[in-house]
Design a binder for this molecule. Sequence first.
Ligand SMILES: NC(=O)c1ccc[n+]([C@@H]2O[C@H](COP(=O)([O-])OP(=O)(O)OC[C@H]3O[C@@H](n4cnc5c(N)ncnc54)[C@H](OP(=O)(O)O)[C@@H]3O)[C@@H](O)[C@H]2O)c1
Length: 268
Amino acid sequence: MNKIAIIGCGNMGLIYANSFLRYKITTKENLLLVEKNEERQNVLSSLNIGKVVTVNNALIKECNIVILAVKPQDFKTLAKELKKVTHENSVILSIMAGTEISFIQSELDHKFIVRAMPNLPVEISMGMTAFTPSAELTHDQIRLVENLLSTTGRTLYLKEEQQLNAVTALSGSGPAYFFYFMKSLIEAGIHLGLDEHVASILTKQTMLGSFHLINNGQKTPDEYIASVTSKGGTTEAALKIFEERNLSNVIIEAISNAEKRAKELAIK
Ligand SMILES: NC(=O)c1ccc[n+]([C@@H]2O[C@H](COP(=O)([O-])OP(=O)(O)OC[C@H]3O[C@@H](n4cnc5c(N)ncnc54)[C@H](OP(=O)(O)O)[C@@H]3O)[C@@H](O)[C@H]2O)c1
């Protein structure tokens, strides 16, 4: 059975704890919830899903997997303690945004690191997580990490760590883009005289149906756009405004700006 330590059991750490238990990757007897915030420790203890400890706990040495789920700015301080209690063969999986593998390796003096970038729908096991292992990891270790991450949704192996900046800009921040677009559609519906709950149902179900169509159907996005757009019709009238205002370029520019910011924020 996997022995797992989750370091930092805030929003993300708790999601991983629940996901591992739900898919029986480990048991609560083999799960260490390593948390420094006292209030949070009390919440975690009341959940009774693992042993709640602090980072100086020797049990961490028995874990084959250690997950780093603290904020990036807290890592350097944490590393000083953690390096004393980490087994040399354990795999360290970091979900800290922008924190490079070489930096984690040098701060922890540890070889086996995987860096992953999840997104918010991991909360309901519908996440998208891209990950890159350090060169030292064996195939078995990579598979183990993939199995862990798969409990929160889909996973994607990336060979080039640098591509995680683009991943951050696309799927990491991505949920916010879809929420923004949905919010605008709902506002448009209200502007046209619909009740908010009506506009909301129409928007959500249209998004869900469109997703399943493009995910399960045979056509490209352009072909599906053409299927909805008849000459001189309503869709064409809306798309004309998108084209005139160059919405596609705005989106490309916005996501490029997110990638640029990811590079600026990188901790090397
Ligand atoms: N939220 C997302 O959608 C998302 C997506 C991708 C990646 N991430 C990454 O996930 C990580 C966690 O994010 P989050 O939103 O879950 O943060 P969070 O809710 O702030 O959780 C982090 C927890 O770690 C605790 N902590 C800090 N230092 C510690 C230490 N030395 N030992 C034990 N516990 C410690 C914090 O305590 P205090 O509150 O007392 O500091 C806090 O309870 C971040 O690195 C973030 O970049 C998040």
